[in-house]
Write a protein that binds this ligand. Structure first.
Ligand code: NAI
Length: 335
């Protein structure tokens, strides 16, 4: 089986090649993202293996199909970048890695919370300049604070448990409450109430039509003064210009983003020699109370090992049986 691996960095190649031992697929690694401009590279590959910022819209899928591709193997959980109705119409298969290390993403989420609160990013630079002043570094105890978790699937559930460990009151919003969390004193409430009562709002839901711009001018207005918002889900869950307004007015006191709506042009690349052309991202980076990380929440040894192994097993399953437990369909059955 010929597999074209797009968006592949040296670390992807390392982990995927290691996992390929038992499978023996013929792997070809392409560094560019899969887009309409690069889709020609996939000509003749039965499987393409892609990541979060590869664009599998109708035009790309048509070209892939015409070139002989039948299997799309996502090296990620989210599948918002794939036009599923077109996949189904063309009779292709899409497989994903539904859970690789929820701990990786949850722990990074908590890392952002701690860093924003205790201003560790500012302390790091300050101390290296010989400035040991504490002025401006005042934080708050997490103990006793209210944390609102939007989306309590694999990742959100771990975030909720960690925050319970800090002694926080945890509110949750999810159309499908998690029984285990309910038994651990997590209170499922309406989204409006979660937004109104939370000191920290963490976004751990997928990007769907319902969650696109869930954080917008209107919902920000309903949040607590000085709220902390952390988004490690998908960029478009947040309306970025609206959060910039919220930061300028002080309604939002802290913002942690691992994902950004327009990240595809920047994230995973070294752009340090370029002029930053995205004015929204540039503005975000000026705030002392904003931390942006470049979609690295998943980036742990355990997660990359699990992603590589599951991805190749998914391909093997589809090749052998025509189906796979990790197949993505237009209307996925709820777990
Ligand atoms: P999951 O599928 O286990 O959980 C998602 C949860 O969100 C489900 O319980 C679902 O019922 C809930 N949900 C769906 N619609 C909702 C809505 N309108 N409001 C509130 N909750 C809603 O997914 P998992 O593994 O927890 O991942 C969540 C998201 O995190 C992924 O979809 C992906 O976008 C993102 N992610 C980000 C990574 C990163 O490196 N920053 C890595 C992995 C995932």
């Amino acid at each position: 089986m010929q597999v074209a691996v797009f968006s592949s960095k040296p670390y992807d190649q390392q982990f995927v090649e290691t996992a390929n031992g038992p499978y023996g697929f013929a792997l070809t690694f392409f560094e560019p993202r899969l887009t309409i401009e690069t889709v020609g590279l996939a000509q003749g590959f039965e499987t393409v293996c892609v990541f979060v910022n590869d664009r599998l819209d109708a035009a790309v899928l048509e070209r892939l199909h015409a070139g002989g591709t039948r299997i799309i193997a996502l090296r990620c959980a989210g599948f918002n970048n794939v036009d599923l109705p077109t996949v189904e119409r063309l009779g292709m298969k899409v497989v994903r890695v539904p859970a690789y290390s929820p701990h990786a993403v949850a722990e990074h989420t908590v890392g952002l919370i701690l860093t924003l609160n205790r201003k560790i990013h500012r302390a790091y630079s300050r101390v290296r300049e010989g400035n040991f002043s504490l002025q401006g570094l005042l934080g708050f105890d997490l103990y006793g604070r209210t944390v609102g978790v939007v989306g309590t699937g694999q990742i959100g559930a771990v975030v909720a448990q960690i925050m319970l460990g800090f002694g926080c009151r945890v509110l949750a919003f999810d159309p499908f409450p998690n029984a285990d969390l309910l038994s651990r004193k997590v209170a499922y409430v309406a989204l409006d109430r979660l937004l109104a009562e939370s000191d920290i709002v963490t976004l751990n839901c997928p990007l769907t039509a319902q969650t696109r711009h869930l954080v917008n001018a209107d919902s920000i207005e309903r949040m607590k003064q000085g709220v902390m918002i952390v988004n490690t889900s998908r960029g478009a869950v947040v309306d970025t210009p609206a959060v910039i307004d919220g930061l300028k007015s002080g309604r939002i006191g802290y913002l942690g983003l691992d994902v950004y709506e327009e990240e595809a042009n920047y994230f995973f690349e070294d752009k340090s020699d370029d002029v930053l052309a995205d004015d929204v991202l540039a503005r975000l980076l000026t705030f002392p109370n904003v931390i942006v990380t470049g979609h690295q929440a998943f980036f742990t040894h355990e997660a990359l090992t699990s992603i590589a192994e599951t991805t190749l097993q998914n391909v093997a399953d589809v090749a052998a049986t025509g189906s796979c437990k990790n197949e993505v369909r237009s209307s996925p059955a709820k777990k």
